[in-house]
Design a protein around this ligand. Structure first.
Ligand code: SF4
Ligand code: SF4
Length: 447
């Protein structure tokens, strides 16, 4: 039986696991199915057996790995610090060539991962076709879970957000210079571009010049998670090139940010790119991560309503996106930002909402079960608004609250902050107000 090849990093993680099982209760698929092969520890056993040639990669082992959401809740729970995501990504890349896939599925994967997502022009064309399809009500022909997701999405905007943003957008008031590149993303750019425009506007209120580099492309997370590492590496190189010269690369999608922070790892064996990739990853910041750091230094908008004591603070439930909470350890920053302008309520736990990249498209049953559990937690908070930091979670939760008949809006944190700052009449701080010394200083010393 042919063994699969795994990289040194994945083998180190396999060796780090002591098989204690403390990650099992955190795993949504184990909680749902109650079987060891559908737990993190079980999947680690399977990965080792595949590597040692004791299991056939064309057998049922891969089904258990495919059921994994990649949510990384097991990483948070693991006392030994096993980076399970490294193992999962390596196994998916190593098994891709031997997977029993039909010619049609292989062709569709190729079309999506190598032809459509890497090309902003083709994505814009696809968005136009989607608009036409919706106008003709062709979505009624799709399976139920796809219809639910499609109806949760807002109308397709006529133009991608990258076409609406200038190459450089200076802040509304002069401030200590901080140039940040904004990742527009792939699907988000054409379907949820309003969030990118809100992100740019809010960054301006925190004294940032927002740079929209013309050469930027999809971050490559979807390709990496689907086992197409070569496409992911090529997209990483193009983004590293495109974002040269900015102090930070700001990302408002949790999965993209977590992936871009690992470009250094992705290109570690490429002598031409390894150093640049590592330096790039150190400059990547989630939107809320950078804003919270700037706010801690006294930057950010003046909020007269809140400073005077805003008696009518709306209640908002905050949903942790997995790749923010587990992937990047970002939990307090979004809550601190929201806490300036509303009352923040927590959900019962950090379990995945079931979106997980393409997961809700290819594993609809498990994804719907995760989604519905999350919707019940939302209902329990009593809040009429849910805020999250990831486009995938946003659509998944919107579909969920609609299916449950809840009168709850689901909003990206950038859109929510932009709206609240407008409502409160927030003004940009003039030059000299606030600090900014540390962040701006760090930026000045950039690699
Ligand atoms: S991944 Fe961590 S928590 Fe899970 S079994 Fe291995 S060592 Fe234990
Ligand atoms: S990534 Fe999520 S679904 Fe996969 S094994 Fe870990 S906890 Fe379970």
């Amino acid at each position: 039986m042919a063994a699969i090849q795994l990289g040194q990093a994945a083998l180190r993680e396999l060796d780090t696991c002591v098989h204690c099982g403390l990650c099992l209760p955190a795993c949504p698929t184990y909680r749902e199915l109650g079987q060891e092969p559908d737990s993190p520890r079980g999947r680690i056993y399977l990965a080792r057996a595949l590597f040692e040639g004791r299991l056939d990669p064309r057998g049922p082992a891969l089904e258990h790995l495919d059921l994994c959401l990649g949510c990384l809740a097991c990483e948070t729970a693991c006392p030994s610090g096993v980076h399970y995501g490294v193992i999962l990504e390596d196994v998916r890349a190593a098994t891709e060539a031997v997977r029993p896939r039909s010619v049609l599925v292989r062709w569709l994967r190729h079309l999506l991962l190598r032809w459509l997502l890497p090309s902003p022009g083709r994505l814009a064309l696809a968005a136009r076709l989607l608009r036409i399809g919706r106008a003709l009500r062709l979505d009624a022909l799709a399976p139920r879970h796809l219809r639910e997701l499609g109806r949760a999405a807002p109308p397709v905007p006529p133009r991608p957000s990258r076409a609406l943003l200038p190459a450089e957008l200076p802040p509304p008031a002069p401030a200590a210079p901080l140039r940040v590149g904004l990742l527009a993303g792939c699907v988000q750019d054409v379907l949820l571009g309003e969030t990118n425009l809100s992100t740019a506007r809010v960054l301006g209120l925190y004294g940032c010049t927002v740079v929209n580099p013309p050469g930027q492309v999809c971050c490559g997370a979807l390709a990496a998670h689907a086992g197409d590492r070569e496409t992911a590496r090529e997209l990483a190189r193009r983004n590293i090139e495109a974002f040269e010269g900015v102090d930070y690369v700001v990302v408002n999608a949790a999965g993209c940010g977590a992936h871009m922070k690992k470009y250094g790892h992705l290109l570690a064996d490429d002598p031409e790119w390894a150093v640049r990739a590592e330096a790039f990853s150190r400059r990547v910041r989630d939107f809320s991560e950078l804003l919270a750091a700037l706010a801690a230094e006294g930057r950010g908008p003046e909020l007269p309503g809140v400073a005077a004591g805003d008696g009518a603070r709306p209640a908002v439930a905050y949903q942790d996106a997995c790749h923010l909470a587990h992937g990047q350890g970002i939990r307090t920053q979004p809550r601190a930002l929201l806490g300036q302008v509303c009352e923040v309520r927590n959900l019962a736990d950090e379990a995945c909402c079931g979106s997980a990249g393409f997961y809700n498209l290819v594993q609809p049953e498990m994804a719907t079960a995760a989604r519905d559990r999350k919707v019940e937690q939302i209902r329990a908070t009593g809040a009429r608004t849910v805020v999250t930091g990831n486009a995938g979670c946003l659509l998944q939760l919107r579909a969920g609250v609609r299916a449950a008949g809840l009168d709850v809006e689901v909003v990206h944190i950038a859109d929510y902050l932009a709206r609240r700052y407008d409502e409160l009449g927030a003004a940009a701080r003039p030059a000299g107000a606030g600090g900014g010394a540390q962040v701006a200083g760090a930026a000045a010393r950039r690699e």
